[in-house]
Design a binder for this molecule. Structure first.
Ligand code: ARG
Length: 562
């Protein structure tokens, strides 16, 4: 039940036409302290209207706000604070969670409309970087959040599989390549070839010319070049798939840059027709001078297209193919100029929907405070990082709970969960320090801590031989309310996480819930008192259900034993 809404509706009946329910809902706050109630409505907004001090208004308004589910309503300074009837509300929340299971907290605001999410999008023949990991993890969670809000998410991996670098790679492979070596270690071999190309091209400029020619042939569909390119792509993708399998992330489409090869001419033509293209040193650009931005380069002087050209074609294609209501691009903040330009060019071309495109940016992954880069070679190879997290968890389990069944699966879920959660608990635009010690700490604000809390709930439920029952929903303990109060907020957190494309809202919620639950454990002996046992176990079960759902939204599994 949406209690905030109930409060807003009650207030609006007292306020007449001054504020709409939605407006009231927006300004309602959660009091800083539990003893100040569950909702606080600030009266500042009314002061102008009634030409009275907010404190006076709060005093007059409070007694008029009444509802069955409100235990009391009080003026606290300039605020009207509402205290819910804990007994009734607790029962309702437990009942709802037991009935709805993992559907609890969902809403239908999205009305089944489609949201395309551009995520991960690594580059063929290059290492999968920390940035790509962040995009994968953040994008996947945002897709889950979209779904929880009633949208249909489409996860698109916009592979970087086109561009002049493939001309270089083709030339390099023909000159120095070794088929078996590439088959064995595709990405590292291809990267070596690429580096060698640049080294040798410094002394031999004819190589650059050969590469341009090779890419041109590729663009025109030359069979031999195409076969090579396809092979590079396949081998690289095969390696990327191992990472996706580890992370448990799936995609609806792998239509990358190459997919738009035959769709760019139409875009260039369209921009031409709209009179947007101007010549600049033989190249074609869209001027964004009025907007104060550098021009968007659409076609090079030799006729070659660019990253931006492909993204223009992509955006138009996605609108046609998916009719999205939102089109999100989960890409590092260093590309923000590119996405600004993209949106502006499409707007200039008259595409109304360009306003629905959103660059969901994120910060860098740091190592000892410095950017981790693939180029300089000091990158922890990503797959190694993931498998080493799993190994470390396996060791901990061997030590602490050697009798555990499904050790392999649990090690995997917790190891990977640690990496994912470490990324998502920070607001995405912040930089994140990649620290294995921090992410694997069972007592810190970590994935393992949450998974452990969840497993602990289940061990209690097993001990108590629990079966869900809506008969006993009255939890008498005073310490239960902080948990129930959080559970009540889950639907709000889900909405806010969507509004701000912010998985960290879900992550913080999960941490709060786990912490509150652990406090409850410390005070209440759940199984010792027969009379209260079922109700208490209902509370534990409900909490575990919501914790598991929060973890699922973030992309983590929640084992029931560990
Ligand atoms: N492949 C690009 C990179 O690694 C990211 C692509 C993001 N998506 C897009 N539609 N531009 O930098």
């Amino acid at each position: 039940m949406d209690y905030k809404r109930i409060v807003a509706v009650q207030l609006s009946t007292c306020l007449g036409d001054i504020l709409r329910v939605e407006e009231i809902e927006k300004v309602i706050e959660k009091p800083k302290k539990q003893n100040l109630g569950d909702f606080a409505f600030p009266c500042f907004v009314l002061a102008k209207h009634w030409k009275k001090a907010p404190n006076v208004i709060a005093n007059e308004l409070a007694p008029k706000v009444v509802h069955d589910l409100f235990q009391k309503v009080e003026a606290v300074g300039p605020y009207v604070n509402v205290f819910l009837d804990q007994k009734q509300v607790s029962k309702q929340i437990l009942d709802e969670i037991l009935r709805l299971g993992n559907q609890y907290g969902a809403n239908k605001n999205g009305k089944g409309e489609t949201v395309t999410i551009d995520l991960s999008s690594p580059n063929i023949a290059k290492a999968f970087s920390m940035g790509h990991l962040r995009s994968t993890v953040i994008g996947n969670s945002i897709a889950n959040i979209a779904e929880k809000n009633g949208y249909r998410p489409v996860r698109i991996n916009h592979l970087g599989d086109w561009g002049t670098q493939f001309g270089k790679l083709i030339v390099a492979y023909r000159k120095w390549g070794d088929e078996d070596a590439v088959r064995k270690n595709p990405i590292s071999e291809l990267m070596k070839l690429y580096l060698r190309f640049h080294e040798e091209a410094a002394d031999d400029p004819s190589l650059e010319e050969a590469a341009r020619e090779a890419f041109k042939l590729l663009e025109e569909g030359d069979a031999e070049n195409f076969a090579l390119w396809e092979w590079f792509r396949e081998e690289s993708l095969h390696e990327f798939m191992r990472i996706y399998d580890l992370l448990g992330v799936q995609f609806d489409s792998f239509a990358g840059e190459a997919f738009y090869n035959d769709k760019m001419e139409a875009v260039v033509k369209l921009l031409e027709e709209k009179g947007l293209l101007v010549e600049s040193d033989g190249a074609k650009v869209v001027s964004l001078e009025e907007e104060g931005l550098p021009p968007c380069l659409v076609q090079k002087s030799d006729g070659a297209t660019l990253y931006a050209t492909r993204d223009l074609a992509t955006a138009i294609y996605r609108k046609k193919e998916y009719n999205f209501i939102k089109s999100l691009y989960v890409v590092g903040s260093e590309q923000s100029l590119h996405f600004q330009q993209l949106k502006l060019v499409l707007e200039k071309a008259g595409f109304q929907w360009a306003k629905d495109m959103e660059h969901v940016s994120f910060g860098m992954m740091l190592r000892d405070g410095k950017k981790m880069s693939t180029r300089k070679g000091h990158v922890v190879l990503l797959e190694d990082a993931l498998t080493s997290a799993i190994d470390r968890i396996r060791k901990i389990i061997e030590e602490k709970n050697p009798a555990l069944g499904e050790k392999e699966k649990v090690s995997h879920d917790v190891g990977i969960g640690a990496v994912i959660f470490h990324d998502l608990k920070h607001f995405r635009t912040n930089d994140v320090e990649f620290s294995m010690e921090q992410m694997l700490n069972f007592e810190g604000e970590t994935g393992p801590y949450l998974q452990y809390t969840h497993a602990r709930c289940h061990s209690l439920l097993r001990k108590g031989e629990y079966t869900p029952s809506t008969e006993a929903l009255e939890v008498e303990d005073e310490e239960a309310w902080p948990i129930l109060s959080l559970l009540k907020d889950f639907d709000q957190v889900v909405k806010l996480a969507w509004r701000e494309y912010d998985p960290s809202k879900i992550a913080r919620f999960a941490l709060d819930l786990a912490r509150t639950l652990n406090q409850y454990y410390a005070h209440v002996h759940v199984l010792s008192d027969e009379q209260n046992k079922t109700a208490r176990l209902n509370l534990i079960f409900a909490t575990a259900t919501v914790l598991k759902e929060a973890l699922r939204i973030l992309g983590l599994h929640a084992p029931t034993e560990m």
